[in-house]
Design a protein around this ligand. Structure first.
Ligand code: BDP
Length: 595
């Protein structure tokens, strides 16, 4: 799906702001047809925002079910023969949308965009219409991510899930109305190649309606460097300025289809796994960075440009060159920004918590459920998962920043059932994008000896907590175990690169300890240094993305003091002492390796 862009043929109206809002405590609003009039007894809510930390009552915060949003919007004047499209950056986890009394769309999946043409139901130019959105924050065994519900002793529904971040919900990203001609650019796929100093831009445009297509490729200063006609073509750019880590140079493919104009940004670069290296533009790349979260004080998972730019500034300050969109697709604005800042991204689906053996990072042995079974993750879960993979790739395929698709985080991957579940999904990802490496992120319980799916993927991505969840506080044993495990991967899967996609201890900022024990600032420094020493001794390890960029909100638990505290930065973005130690290393590496 194309990102919304304002052009000479498309107007964009942003509907963000203060909406009417209601927590549907009885989950009765659909039956009571709340969409047919003003929401009863509504309060206000910011859009975009997670509603949870904005409200002040615990029951509302932890509500399980429907959340209602409403506002008036206006059909723009001058629409003429153009079409009017309503678009949501995301609504977590599913949504039903009405224009006046008419249901116009439904969408499942909390982290990807959806849109609907509302021209025929929204009224005449200049008129207002009532826009009502019912968001459902429930997770079941057949959603991605999965979860389940259980009533507590008071009869209240509670939401449970196996992933380690709070189930923030609401309208998390921008809501827009935009216009486009009836014949318009519907989709575009760009694949780039490099031949010496020449950049090749292969493009394929899908048009709604019968309009002819022509394209112009503009450099960053707006100068035309190539042109072509036809919906499919191959443009050649002599002496091209390639997109590279740290050098987010972007061309624009200006697509003309009849009256419609759509600008697609293009970074000319290649990516390839060759042996134990990942090559960007033919050069080995070493990942320095983090797994992150969309997580902020009060806003929850809402996209916020202030926090986005600040977070990128902090990452650059520390010398990072990459991150993983753990554990779901991030806002489109973040992907655009990573392109222009030259950041390298491992782009992950929201398939997290497909593993009943883990809860909040801790192995949960007493659990009697099976991960893959007709009652838990089943073929409908798999179908939803496949949809999430395909939609993520459809949304992000043209971003030069994306170099690996991660189709899941820490799923069960050591049973025959997991292989049956994942083999078709790995294939679906490759089919959707034959140009990028595909991987999944492996959990501690899946070792080189019992793991069953690594051969389906191009890279090995490991989350390891030696020194924290295991060998707690004993870094000598942790180091030995880590080395033994890496040796095992290299022996059983020779020729595949390894990226460490998580490692690090919880650290209470301000907790100083002469004896450098777990939870202290000093232990975070020591444990990260141990991992780094190990990485430096294995050329097959091609990346270090620690857990996490910043502290973040989770469900309450005996292992979580006000959330997960494995951040380099606190939740309000102050560096912990370890951030300075890692900064020294990463700035040195940046100096030595280029970006
Ligand atoms: C891993 C998960 C991550 C958790 C982390 C932890 O991938 O989401 O937050 O461990 O326990 O299990 O901190």
């Amino acid at each position: 799906m194309l990102t919304v862009r304002e052009t000479s043929s498309r107007n964009v109206f942003v509907l963000d702001g203060v909406w009417d809002f209601k927590v549907d405590d009885q989950n009765s609003g659909i039956n009571d047809r709340w969409f047919t009039g003003p929401l009863p007894d509504s309060q206000t809510m910011a859009v975009p925002a997670s509603f949870n930390d904005v409200v002040t009552c615990t029951e509302a915060r932890d509500h399980v079910g429907y959340l209602w949003y409403q506002r008036e919007a206006r059909v723009p004047r001058g629409l003429g023969e153009d079409r009017l499209v309503l678009r949501f950056g995301s609504a977590t986890h599913s949504a039903i949308v009405w224009v006046n009394d008419t249901e116009v769309t439904r969408h499942e999946g909390g982290y990807l965009p959806f849109e609907v043409d509302i021209t025929d139901v929204s009224g005449s130019e200049g008129e207002t219409f009532r826009l009502t959105v019912c968001v459902d924050n429930r997770l079941s065994w057949e959603t991605i991510p999965p979860g389940y519900m259980k009533k507590d002793s008071t009869g209240r529904e509670r939401q449970f899930y196996y992933h380690d971040f709070y189930n923030y919900a609401g309208i998390h990203r921008s809501v827009k109305l935009y216009t486009r001609p009836a014949d318009h650019v519907e989709n575009v796929t760009v694949v780039t190649e490099i031949e010496g100093t020449t950049g090749i831009v292969n493009y394929e445009v899908v048009v709604a309606g019968g309009a002819d297509v022509s394209v112009r490729l503009l450099d960053a200063s707006g100068q035309q460097v190539a042109e072509a006609s036809g919906a499919k073509g191959r443009l050649s750019v002599p002496n091209a300025h390639f997109w590279a880590p740290g050098d987010g140079y972007l061309y624009t493919l200006e697509i003309h289809a009849g009256e419609d104009v759509y600008p697609q940004t293009v970074g000319i670069r290649t990516v390839e796994v060759r042996g134990t290296e990942l090559l960007i533009n033919g050069k080995p790349f070493y990942f320095r960075g983090y797994g992150r979260h969309e997580d902020n004080i009060v806003r929850g998972k809402a996209h916020d440009n202030v926090m986005m730019i600040h977070d990128f500034e902090l990452m650059k300050w520390q010398g990072a060159n990459s991150f993983r969109t753990s554990h779901y697709p991030y806002a489109e604005e973040v992907m655009d920004y990573a392109d222009r800042e030259g950041f390298v991204v491992i782009d992950e689906t929201s398939a997290v918590g497909l593993n009943v053996g883990i809860g909040g990072g801790i192995a949960t042995a007493e659990n009697k459920l099976k991960t893959f079974s007709p009652e838990t993750c089943n073929e409908r879960t798999q179908a939803a998962h496949r949809r999430e993979i395909e939609k993520l790739i459809a949304r992000d395929k043209n971003h030069p920043c994306v170099v690996i698709w991660s189709i899941a985080n820490e799923p069960e991957s050591f049973t025959e059932e997991s292989r049956e579940y994942f083999a078709p999904l790995a294939e679906a990802a490759r089919k959707a994008d034959p140009t990028r490496p595909v991987g999944y992120v492996n959990v501690m319980l899946a070792t080189p000896d019992n793991e069953k799916i690594t051969d389906l993927f191009d890279v090995i991505m490991l989350n390891r907590y030696n020194g924290w969840y295991v060998q707690t506080g004993n870094l000598a044993d942790a180091e030995a175990a880590l080395r033994t495990e890496i040796d095992g991967w290299l022996k059983n899967y020779p020729g595949k690169p390894i990226i460490f996609t998580e490692y690090g201890p919880d650290t209470m900022n301000g907790n100083a300890d002469l004896y450098r024990r777990p939870w202290s600032q000093e232990y975070q420094i020591d444990m990260l240094a141990m991992f780094h020493k190990v990485f430096d001794s294995y050329p097959e390890v091609i990346g270090e993305q620690m857990w996490n960029f910043a502290d973040f909100s989770t469900v309450p638990g005996i292992m979580r003091v006000g959330g997960n505290k494995k951040g380099m930065f606190t939740r309000d973005r102050n560096p912990k002492p370890a951030a300075y130690a890692v900064r020294e290393r990463w700035l040195r590496m940046r100096e030595e390796l280029g970006f």
